[in-house]
Design a protein around this ligand. Structure first.
Ligand SMILES: C[S@@+](CC[C@H](N)C(=O)[O-])C[C@H]1O[C@@H](n2cnc3c(N)ncnc32)[C@H](O)[C@@H]1O
Ligand SMILES: [Zn+2]
Length: 372
């Protein structure tokens, strides 16, 4: 995502790991054999440094992350927050985003989304109900996922969706006294509860064996509802490319991203087999570079200093005391030695004393020292 230009995507669908504390692995012998991804979280997984960045630049987001009940939830939310911020940069002002999750983390993710997009950009919490999965005698069987639907602004595309009417309402329509609909009108507008799309079953033709593969019908519903032909769809956790295939079939452009090499292999295979793409021709393996920004200024550029001085209202970002601009120095929140960048987002102004206390360490060290 870091290599993509800002405001270039019309619709984002993401189906990230759920923090389900399980490790998913594909059945041996399936096309996806070898695909597995970890869905357990510890604070060590995520550079603590990211939290510093959020603390410094995104106070609302920081409050949500602090509300997490366990360190594992907290680290998961940091991981998601950083990626969702990048998605916000990529989405056009008319764009929409659907975050697919389940009740494990949906309550936290909704507050995270509120903090990023604003509550006024919340459109729906969609319940996708399915029949698969086991039953339980100790609680009500878990039979739904949640899709959090937000838009970047007030002016967005929405085409809705039609679903079949129930047998019962069609029966009722045949009785002229009780009828409010015509009996040949077999479709109705979809609501925020989707019951007509079955989950992937073991016998399904589209199944490739990828552990968390979603049905094409689900992705087609989302893409048709919130984008038009020619629009750009992004799935930053694309797994075996369900969203990419659906987008291709519906004549949208698309970008799919996944960290797992097995997913990348399956994406190629599925696109060749199901939509005839990538049969031949050149392909590139270099990482894309943004073309909408100048190369980054050096971190200690005077313009950075003026901007940061304004942002921090002339205060040191450690001890919070007020200083003249010449008495503050530019510092990396995440040190360069820990892969912090020269981007303005990762810079702050510190007074001489705070700067020497912090040295080449992360901001968390300085804060702990100041609090001691
Ligand atoms: C729930 S699955 C997505 C399934 C997909 N919707 C489908 O229909 O196949 C989550 C995916 O996120 C990928 N993933 C996990 N961490 C990631 C990361 N940091 N960046 C990109 N992809 C990641 C996993 O490899 C996995 O394929
Ligand atoms: Zn200071």
């Amino acid at each position: 995502m870091r290599g993509m230009n800002s405001s270039c995507v019309d619709l984002i669908y993401l189906d990230p790991p759920f923090n389900s504390k399980s490790n998913y692995a594909a059945p041996i012998g399936s096309q996806a054999a070898g695909a597995e991804f970890k869905d357990t979280w510890t604070l060590r997984d995520v550079a603590i440094a990211w939290l510093d960045l959020i603390e410094n630049k995104y106070p609302a987001l920081n409050r949500v992350i602090r509300a997490a009940m366990t360190p594992s939830d907290k680290s998961y939310l940091i991981y998601m927050a950083i990626r969702l911020l990048e998605m916000q940069r990529l989405l056009k002002p008319t764009g929409s985003i659907f975050l697919h999750c389940d009740p494990t983390m949906s309550h936290y993710l909704k507050t995270l989304m509120d903090a990023i997009w604003g509550r006024n950009c919340f459109r729906n919490e969609i319940v996708w109900h399915y029949q698969t999965g086991g039953g339980s005698k100790r609680w009500f069987s878990k039979k739904h996922d949640t899709l959090l639907f937000y838009t970047a602004g007030e002016n967005y595309k929405f085409n809705g969706a039609s679903v079949p009417r129930s047998e019962k309402s069609l029966e009722r329509a045949k009785n002229p006294k009780g009828a409010r609909i015509k009996s040949d009108n077999t479709l109705k507008m979809a609501t925020d509860v989707w019951t007509d799309i079955p989950a992937m079953n073991p016998m399904s033709n589209e199944r490739v064996g990828y552990p968390t593969q979603k049905p094409l019908d689900l992705l087609r519903r989302i893409i048709e509802a919130s984008s038009n032909v020619g629009d750009v769809v992004l799935d930053p956790f694309c797994g075996c490319a369900t969203a990419c295939i659906a987008a291709e079939q519906l004549q949208r452009s698309w970008v799919g991203i996944d960290i797992s090499p097995k997913a990348a292999e399956l994406v190629g295979l599925r696109l060749r087999e199901q939509v005839g793409l990538f049969q031949q021709g050149p392909h590139r393996t270099d990482i894309p570079q943004r073309t909408d920004i100048e190369p980054l200024r050096k971190y200690n550029h005077p313009e950075n200093k003026t901007k940061l001085y304004g942002e921090q209202k002339g205060n040191c970002n450690g001890c919070k005391a007020h200083f003249k601009i010449q008495n503050l120095t530019i510092d990396h929140i995440i040190p360069k030695s820990k892969a912090g960048t020269d981007h303005l987002m990762n810079l702050q102004l510190l007074c001489g004393r705070c700067n020497s206390v912090k040295g080449d360490r992360g901001q968390e060290y300085l804060i702990a020292r100041l609090a001691a």
